[in-house]
Write a protein that binds this ligand. Structure first.
Ligand code: GLN
Length: 536
């Protein structure tokens, strides 16, 4: 088994996750079984207890693991479903070490920080073994030079000592082009390599992130100052479309440089489908306007798009595949509540997942607008639950119907909590205890969902505590709500639709988590097609 470590320097947010996903894709396309592993420096045991506004989306895996959003990049680029062996937080590593100590598994030894490093190495090897890897690509979270990720780098150093030709270190660094100078500066990148030297690591390859491609004189200077060969300094300029990144790396011979260092031969180059998708992005001209209605977040648009990155990517996959250029806009649900006309220019509307009570009424107004005006609507998790609330209030006249997440005393709790979930909340047992991961769902005949999926039984990923209340099922159905999918035992409602509406679908699960550029999700494709029929 071979190992690639990917670290980041100078600043956070330079696209280490995309770089890692791209490297994994390129080596897979060269004929190897590649397994990505994200090692995150934080002490949270998983990403489920972190605020997505500050840390980005929680990406749920099939086995229920609540992972970092980078796992989403890996799945989208590799076109494969990953599992809990593909992610390790420092918190989960410490937890294992402490649990082992409590179980006397160290047989009376003194337990210290070296056991933590050893546990990191074991996790890396486990990721490889459990998934039959030829190559494990480990993304080290955080930035070099900070304390938090130093043990991951130490694990890298130790592995490299034992396996000289089997470990490669790729450093993603940043070269600013300050506007007051107008030229690219390499000093911060030199310093970030020096930070790696100080922990005993000489990087083999440098990915030079910048607004533009690094030129030859600068690459030479950087090479001289870092000891990295000029051909191992790979330009990584900004791109309009992140799916171009692997193709740019391939053109700069990154794959060949890695294979040579690992003593491996290229078996094939399987990038034709990827190129086709990137081409479809380049040629898409006809815009399609989609609105995503959610809470207002003061942190600004950049952060927002990270909190819902899978929804945005799923929309792009579907739109480009059917030949449209998606124009996606975030709309503050609080403003919609006061002025519904904000929605009038959109051809399709999504209410994504969410928690809590803020701006709920604006979302419900949005759903009412889509239902009454026959605007294509896709409700994801909370967006499905609130569609049931809206229908109960406005079609059945159930005054103040609600989900018990918002109003536990409502006369019409059309969305409610299951007893086992309620117990967990009472015990403050929050971490990793929602209904999580992949669950089977059986689709009903003669529904839009069934015709889009083209099969009876599907599997989709969940992350929620509340559920459709079956007590109201009959009455809702009698009035035009369609139960399009349920759990195989029929007890949990998983998809709702509306009769006499061109496209109104709410899912209790998160279809966006399974959409990939080369396999767009059928519900998103159906949504985009329906939206394309709406005139602006
Ligand atoms: N807040 C809702 C629940 O817990 C929906 C969660 C979500 O949208 N992921 O059930």
């Amino acid at each position: 088994m071979k190992y690639i470590f990917v670290s980041g320097g100078v600043i956070s947010g330079i696209g280490k996750g995309i770089a890692t996903a791209s490297i994994a894709l390129l080596l897979k396309a060269a004929g190897y079984k590649v397994v990505p592993l994200k090692m995150d420096p934080y002490l949270n045991v998983d990403a489920g207890t972190m605020n997505p506004l500050a840390h980005g989306e929680t990406f749920v895996l099939d086995d229920g693991k609540e992972a970092d959003q980078d796992l989403g990049h890996y799945e989208r680029y590799l076109g494969e479903s990953l599992n809990s062996t593909n992610i390790a937080t420092q918190g989960s590593i410490y937890l294992t070490v402490i649990q082992k100590e409590r179980n006397l598994e160290y047989e009376g030894d003194y337990v210290d920080i070296h056991n933590v490093t050893q546990e990191i190495i074991e996790r890396i090897q486990l990721a490889g073994k459990a998934n039959n890897a030829d190559i494990v690509v480990v993304e080290i979270g955080g930035t070099t030079g900070e304390y938090q990720n130093v043990l991951f780098l130490e694990a890298n150093r130790l592995l490299k000592l034992k396996k000289q030709n089997e470990v490669v270190h790729i450093h993603v660094t940043y070269l600013p082009v300050p506007s007051f100078l107008g030229e690219m500066k390499s000093k911060p990148a030199q310093m970030s390599v020096r930070d790696l030297h100080s922990v005993g690591i000489q990087p083999d390859i440098l990915l030079a992130r910048s607004t533009e491609s690094i030129d030859a004189p600068r690459a030479k200077r950087l090479s001289f100052n870092t000891g990295i060969e000029p051909e191992d300094i790979i330009p990584a300029p900004d791109v309009k479309n992140v799916y171009e990144v692997p193709l740019n790396f391939e053109a700069c011979k990154l794959t060949d440089r890695i294979l040579e260092k690992l003593n491996l031969k290229r078996k094939k180059t399987d990038l034709a489908k990827w190129r086709e998708f990137v081409h479809s992005v380049e040629i898409a001209k006809v815009p399609i306007k989609i609105g995503i209605v959610g809470k207002y977040f003061s942190s600004g648009n950049g952060v927002l798009s990270d909190a819902y990155i899978s929804v945005i990517e799923a929309l792009k996959h579907a739109a480009y595949t059917v030949g449209y250029k998606p124009e996606i806009e975030w709309i503050d649900a609080g403003k919609v509540e006061k002025d519904i006309s904000l929605l009038k220019n959109f051809q399709g509307i999504i209410v994504p997942g969410g928690f809590g009570s803020r701006d709920i009424e604006g979302k419900i107004e949005t759903i009412k607008y889509c239902r009454e005006n026959k605007i294509p609507y896709l409700g994801l998790c909370y967006g499905m639950q609130l569609a049931v609330v809206e229908f109960a209030r406005n079609v059945l006249d159930f005054t103040n119907a609600n989900t018990t997440e918002i109003n536990s005393k409502t006369k019409y709790p059309v969305i409610h909590i299951m007893p086992d979930q309620e117990k967990k909340l009472l015990e403050k047992n929050y971490g990793g205890t929602m209904r999580l991961g992949a669950w089977d769902c059986v689709l009903q005949n003669k529904t839009i969902s069934k015709s889009l999926y083209g099969k009876q039984r599907i599997s989709e990923r969940h992350r929620h505590r509340y559920e459709f209340n079956n007590k109201y099922k009959q009455e809702l159905e009698n009035n035009g709500l369609v139960i399009a999918g349920t759990s195989p035992d029929g007890k949990l409602v998983e998809i709702i639709e509306l009769k006499d509406h061109p496209f109104f679908i709410g899912t209790q699960f998160h279809p966006e988590l399974k959409s990939r550029p080369l396999q767009p999700h059928p519900l998103f494709t159906g949504f985009v097609k329906a939206a394309s029929k709406i005139k602006k």
